[in-house]
Design a protein around this ligand. Structure first.
Ligand code: NOJ
Length: 544
């Protein structure tokens, strides 16, 4: 049954233990804290938790520098705490996916420490070495401006090792069968402990054999199929959610021609054009991006998102488009990062409630599975005084108590935001729970609505031309159900006309109690407020 594909209509919530809730008051979030908040997540209506890396780590890249794949960093608890958390999550019907960071390890990983001993070391070929400095050693850095090279000399090994990311993250050599077998062992381990899948970090780089000389890097997609096959043998309904910011022409290779590659991928292409459309008020580039990413196998799915734990990457826009987004959402240099992105949270970027609602309603209505990020449900802000992407990784605001209710410790892993309009005194869960019109309550209702509209995850969709390029109108059809989702990107109200439905059918507004009957000429006139949005279900049986 195709309906068994749970990921087609899931609502995912991404969180980092470190900054979610500190259960033992040592200043860092942990499983004990997360356990306390499972009811909160359940009541919010999300059904899948994506946990950022929590394995032992020197923590120089927010945990994306793993030094032991088979454990829990003591700051977050123990393996026992993990299993207990899984138990509690399952009791509430919550699925859990975890990060799989296997493009690279930490340089502190025992494998790398062994590899450095020289060519005869057991793990030497688990990494990628060059005796001489490759000519392209300073090209293709992922973090330009911060990262200086992709090949760095290791004095002990007397050779250069390859690293796509920071120099403390040596790339594993995927061309080595032993490494691929170890990756599967890691997957098997966590699947056995009950996880429902993996958010696969840096997919294109996992598949990459690094460029030598002037050659282009080579990508082996078979490695992805291998991971998928293994995953499915071990757990039939587990999923891979890929981080792959690639051009639409590459999508099929990742999803697999028969939908036998990665299950879901973050739609970075739509994400960037979405922000351009929000910034410019012109929906046409977003429509183009949606159409460019439309043709995927029925087994595959997009993960649609607004913000994540990294910078808002605008690298796929034209220079002109990027400048428009910078100007509107990140005008100051300190808000920008790596020459391509913005290191801000959603709410301060968008600046007001109507635009935030528009953005959320939009991302929940796009073809795919929505992923939200902790704190965005209450409109948390950022702290630009923190370095790089840490600006958007501050502790969750639970209440207006000491440290926003995150911890009783004086010193925290990252400081809470305690000044200005985005301080925890102004923005926190406790207050918003008790305000009927809060963003939190509004978003909770939106999640419920999304779950009542399975046609978004399953159905066919088309763009309805409203002859107005500030309005995005989409129509979903699935098993006799039809849904219009309409968004106004303009700061002025607009009216659009939809063709009359067959006799006996009306358009029912799913958010407010109104019907939108057709007028005498047979046209449904729909008014949208500034930044307004409507979800309209075609209702009733058509009469012959
Ligand atoms: C992508 C992750 O999202 C990012 O946070 C991390 O720095 C890099 N991969 C390296 O693991």
């Amino acid at each position: 049954m195709i309906e068994d594909l749970w990921y087609k209509n899931a609502v995912m919530y991404s969180l980092d233990l470190e900054t979610f809730l500190d259960g033992n008051d040592d200043g860092t979030g942990d499983f004990q804290g997360l356990n306390e908040k499972l009811d909160y997540l359940h009541a919010l209506g999300v059904d899948t938790i994506w946990l950022a890396p929590f394995q032992p780590t020197p923590n120089k890249d927010n945990g994306y520098d793993v030094k032991d794949y088979y454990g829990v960093d003591p700051r977050h608890g123990s393996s026992g705490d993990f299993v207990q958390f899984m138990h509690h999550a399952k009791k509430r019907g919550l699925k859990v996916i975890i990060d799989l960071v296997v493009n690279h390890t930490s340089d502190q990983h025992p494998w790398f420490q062994d590899a450095r001993k020289g060519k005869d070391a057991k793990h030497h070929d688990w990494y990628i070495w060059s005796d001489t400095r490759p000519p392209n050693y300073d090209e293709g850095m992922v973090f330009p401006g911060v990262q200086k090279a992709i090949w760095t000399k290791d004095e002990k090994a007397k050779a250069y090792y390859f690293h796509r990311f920071y120099e403390f993250q040596p790339d594993l050599n995927m061309d080595n069968l032993e490494v691929r077998e170890e990756v599967m062992r890691i997957m098997g381990y966590w699947l056995q402990l009950g996880v429902d899948g993996f958010r696969v970090d840096a997919v294109p780089f996992i598949l990459e054999t690094p460029p030598k000389g002037n050659n282009k890097p080579h990508l082996t997609f078979e490695y992805l199929s291998e991971m998928r096959r293994f995953l499915q043998w071990r757990k039939g309904d587990a999923i891979l959610l890929g981080e792959a910011n690639v051009l639409p022409t590459e999508n099929k290779k990742y999803f697999g021609e028969e939908g036998d590659g990665i299950h879901l991928m973050f739609n970075f292409f739509v994400n960037q054009h979405l922000f351009y459309s929000l910034a410019s008020g012109d929906v046409r580039p977003l429509i183009k991006a949606l159409k460019a990413t439309k043709d995927i196998h029925p087994m595959s799915q997009w993960a649609q998102f607004l913000r994540n734990h990294d910078e808002l990457d605008l690298g796929r826009l034209t220079e002109k488009q990027r400048q428009v987004v910078f100007e509107k959402f990140g005008p100051e240099k300190r808000m920008q990062l790596y020459d391509r992105g913005i290191r801000r949270r959603l709410s301060p970027m968008l600046g007001n409630r109507p635009q935030s609602e528009l953005a959320y309603s939009l991302v929940f209505s796009l073809p795919g599975t929505p992923v939200i990020r902790y704190g965005d449900e209450i409109g948390m802000g950022d702290d630009l005084s923190l370095k790089e992407r840490d600006a958007v990784r501050t502790p969750m605001h639970w209440s207006n108590d000491f440290q926003g209710g995150f911890s009783k410790a004086k010193k925290l892993v990252h400081p809470v935001i305690d000044k200005g309009p985005y301080s925890f005194q102004h923005i926190n869960v406790d207050d918003q729970r008790r305000q009927p019109d809060s963003l939190l309550n509004w978003l909770t209702a939106l999640i419920r609505l999304r779950k009542e509209c399975p046609e978004i995850g399953w159905g066919e969709w088309e763009i309805i031309d409203t002859e107005n390029w500030q309005i995005l109108c989409m129509l979903y059809n699935w098993e006799g159900r039809s849904l219009y989702v309409i968004h106004n990107f303009d700061s002025e109200p607009h009216e659009i006309h939809l063709k009359r439905k067959p006799n006996g059918q009306t358009l029912k507004d799913l958010m407010v109690k109104t019907e939108c009957p057709a007028d005498k000429k047979g046209v449904h006139k729909i008014t949208l407020e500034a930044y307004g949005y409507k979800w309209l279900r075609v209702d009733g049986k058509a009469k012959e």
